[in-house]
Structure formats: C-alpha cells, structure tokens
Write a protein that binds this ligand. Structure first.
Ligand SMILES: NC(=O)c1ccc[n+]([C@@H]2O[C@H](COP(=O)([O-])OP(=O)(O)OC[C@H]3O[C@@H](n4cnc5c(N)ncnc54)[C@H](OP(=O)(O)O)[C@@H]3O)[C@@H](O)[C@H]2O)c1
Length: 245
C-alpha cells in the first residue's frame, strides 16, 4: 500500500463516486485531502464520513477563477500540495445531431478547461513538492462507441493534454498521468443500470465479468500518484477490467 503521510491531495468531484473512493483511499494512506464539488450537502457528508483529515470546498470548477481559489484555499488550509486529482467530470451522451452547442461547451468546460486550469494554478506548488497530477479520463478517449462524441472527444483532448503536460512539467519534477475507467458503478451510471439489456452487454464485453467499483479506480490513481510510479509520466492507464482494449 502506498504511503501518503504528510502529503496533501486535492480531489475535484471528491464528494461522490470515484472521487469519494479516491479521497477515502488517500486518507487511509495518511494524506490530508481537499475535496470539491457543487453540492455542499454531499461534500459535508463525505467529509464527515472520512474524518478530520478532509476539508471541503463547495464550488463550480467550470467557473473562471474557481480553480485558482480552490488551490489557494488548499495551500491556506494545509500548507502544500503534493497530488492533484482532476476527477470532476461528466458529459452529454447522445448522437451529435441531438447535441446542442451548450452541451458541447459544458462538456468541454468540465473535462478540458477545468483540468487545465487546475494544473496551471497548481504548478508552483507541485514544483515545490515534486508532485503528481492524475486526471480521470475514460476508455472512450481511445475506443469508439456510438453516441458519445462530445464526451469521448473531450476525454481524448484531456489524454493528449496529459502527454503534453508530462513533457512541459517533467523538467520541474512534476509527473502527469491519467486513469481511464471503464464502466464503473457510480451515480453517473444510473442510465445504464436502469437498462438491463445494456448492463448485460457491458458485463459480457468486460473480460473480468463485472462493472468496476469506484475503489478499483482509486487504487489505480494511488498507484500512479505514489513514489513507486516515480518514472511513469505521460501515460493513461486503463482501469476497466479489460473493457474496450
Ligand atoms: N462511472 C463511470 O462509468 C465512468 C467511466 C469513465 C470515466 N468516468 C469519469 O470518472 C469521473 C468521476 O465520475 P463518477 O462516475 O464518479 O460520477 P459522479 O459520482 O457523478 O462524480 C462526478 C463528480 O464531479 C463533480 N462535478 C461535476 N461537475 C462539476 C462542476 N461543474 N464543478 C464541481 N464539481 C463537479 C460532481 O459533484 P457535484 O455534482 O456536487 O458538482 C461529482 O462529485 C468523471 O470524470 C467521469 O467522466 C466515469
């Protein structure tokens, strides 16, 4: 198990799903963790569950200036930043013909703009700690499925940004990687879980024969954030039980 004692981790979207499991795994490994999201009540409940090592900041990370405010508050609260996990994400599903300009913009805002803005604001702090960034991508960044073009193309942009940032920030001692989950059992999957036929198809196409758990993704995040991955940068690691290889 990785050891993150005396380290400070910022997890966007840390109130629920994969972000919550990631925050919990970092706390269990000794870290102090800041979680963000828009729903204050959700964050409050998660912070209470995870204990005094966790601080929450309610904010919409898509709003200009909020990533800067969140990084600043993290430093104010805990004094340093070792790991940034860009997890907050969502997106419009559906064929392009049914995808509005607003859908495209909001999908790119959360999956491309916000992660880039967070990395930019975190650079001086991560350079000091020789820290790491882990972005939560998706297997759809590389594979193809019908009717996910806005979401999947935004995740693909995020994955290329990971490679570009690994090159740009490596000289400062900052590593940048991504974890690309397959179908994972969170609130975001409600639309799939309500469709038995779709669920059956997904599980049948997953060599490991089940949906992912948020904890499966958290484990991959900690692996990439930890010292044992000190020579790994610019990579996207699929964590999807073999789905869409
Ligand atoms: N579940 C899957 O099958 C799957 C597969 C591939 C990739 N992923 C990726 O995994 C990541 C986590 O998703 P999840 O499955 O764990 O779903 P989730 O539970 O819905 O988590 C998404 C989190 O992002 C936060 N968020 C969304 N928009 C935000 C905004 N504008 N500002 C601040 N926070 C925002 C949400 O909090 P608020 O609503 O309170 O703001 C929520 O906590 C996402 O990047 C997603 O694309 C998931």
């Amino acid at each position: 198990m990785e050891n993150f004692e005396n380290k400070v981790v910022l997890v966007t979207g840390g109130g629920s799903g994969i972000g919550k499991a990631t925050a919990a795994a970092f706390v269990a490994s000794g870290a102090k963790v800041v979680i963000t999201g828009r729903r204050k009540a959700v964050l409050e409940k998660t912070a209470q569950e995870l204990g005094s090592q966790v601080h929450f900041i309610a904010a919409d990370v898509c709003e200009t200036g909020e990533p800067a405010r969140i990084v600043e508050e993290t430093i104010g609260k805990f004094g340093r930043l070792d790991v940034l996990v860009n997890n907050a994400g969502t997106g419009t599903m559906g064929p392009l013909s049914a995808t509005s300009d607003t859908d495209i913009e909001s999908t790119y805002r959360i999956n491309v703009f916000a992660p880039l803005a967070f990395v930019r604001e975190a650079i001086p702090h991560l350079a000091t700690t020789k820290g790491a960034v882990v972005n939560i991508s998706s297997v759809t960044a590389r594979g193809t499925l019908p009717a996910v073009v806005a979401y999947a193309s935004s995740k693909a942009a995020g994955e290329h940004a990971v490679r570009l940032l690994a090159a740009e920030l490596g000289p400062m001692g900052i590593r940048v990687n991504a974890v690309a989950p397959g179908f994972t059992d969170t609130d975001a999957l409600a639309y799939v879980k309500s469709n038995e036929e779709m669920m059956g198809m997904i599980v049948a196409q997953t060599p490991m024969g089940r949906l992912g758990k948020p904890e499966d993704i958290a484990s991959a995040v900690l692996m990439l954030a930890g010292d044992r991955a000190a020579w790994v940068t610019g990579q996207s690691v699929q964590a999807g039980g073999g789905y869409m290889l």
